[in-house]
Design a protein around this ligand. Sequence first.
Ligand code: BDR
Ligand code: CA
Length: 313
Amino acid sequence: TTPLIIDTDPGVDDAFALALAAASPEVDLIGVTTVFGNVSPELTTRNALRVLALLGREDVPVAAGAARPLVHPQPHVSLAHGPDGLSGFADTLPEPTRGPDARDAVTLLKDLLEAAERPVTIAPIGPLTNIALLLAAHPGLRNRIERLVVMGGGVRGGNITAAAEFNLWSDPEAARRVLVAAEVPVTLVPLDLTRRCAVSTAWLAELAGSSAVGAKLVGLTPDYLAAYRKSLGWDGMALHDAVAVAEAIRPGVLQVRRHPVEVECSFGPGRGGLLVDERLRSADAGGIDIAVDTDVDGLRGFVLDRLRALGAG
Ligand code: BDR
Ligand code: CA
């Protein structure tokens, strides 16, 4: 099994991503670190603890990380995840029987990387602040990281601004540090692909009918669904972060193309945008792997099968 750490800001789709990891025998979820993002850092940490309590995985340490971006303050934002980050339904999850780890996120990441028997896959599915801090503070641990599977960026436009996807926009300087310096292997799973893998309300109804855990997960989605209906006219929602975690679980399930990238860090209208340099295709041009395609129905089925098995045993 591959050791996996999820760096997250739950978040409705983050909750689905945590559940997918917990339901998958290919990976050993050895830690969860939290970051500001969809809601305040206090709430993302509390939500991570509650989701793991729902999943019966209170053995997984949760460490709180960055409360703000590296350099500039984050403009106030309330996206699509409701007042508490889980559509107002965080209270329906079990009360955790423990608090966060005494260590901060970077220290937990360091300790887990040092202790793991083999290089660790990290799935950052929120702003990239913790990962930038880790790489800056402990550059020697790079070779303990098998790969970063990052949910972020939009190749053809964003979701929080015309140019920028939410995770990159939330801390562009951190994203630049992680994606452009590319000191470790990176697979970037952008908005373009995660939107194509969106699931319908019928898919959610199947999950809700499968088990008490499935029903609780689907119970977290009303505000998030409402936001997709309002902004895009969808009868469904994107599972962004769960698509990245699916790739961490099953390397190669997403097809990739390697390109150098840039992250726009100026204060113009493009701030937080991802620039993919498609001019350079030779193997030695460097860059990161960008997920461009997958068997969309197969992926939806895979995630549904895994989540339906939760709590069934
Ligand atoms: C990303 O932003 C967040 O709202 C989601 O959890 C996901 O990580 C999508 O742009
Ligand atoms: Ca997220």
